[in-house]
Design a binder for this molecule. Structure first.
Ligand SMILES: [Zn+2]
Length: 60
């Protein structure tokens, strides 16, 4: 399977105890806060991958 979109941290509590959920593709569950969530790829951005923040990482 091509399960590449693996999150490293729970988007709700920030814990790393993530495991694949049983409900199918792109679903994950967090062992710390017992939340289940789904990652979904929406598509590529037409404007590219430039960072919008002014954090000094302005390489082009
Ligand atoms: Zn969590």
């Amino acid at each position: 399977m091509s399960e590449r979109a693996a999150p490293f941290h729970c988007p709700y509590c920030g814990d790393e105890d993530l495991r694949p959920h049983e409900q199918g593709h792109g679903t994950w569950e967090c062992g710390a806060c017992n939340r289940a969530f789904q990652l979904k790829f929406l598509g590529l951005l037409a404007r590219g991958l430039r960072r919008a923040d002014n954090g000094g990482d302005d390489r082009i």
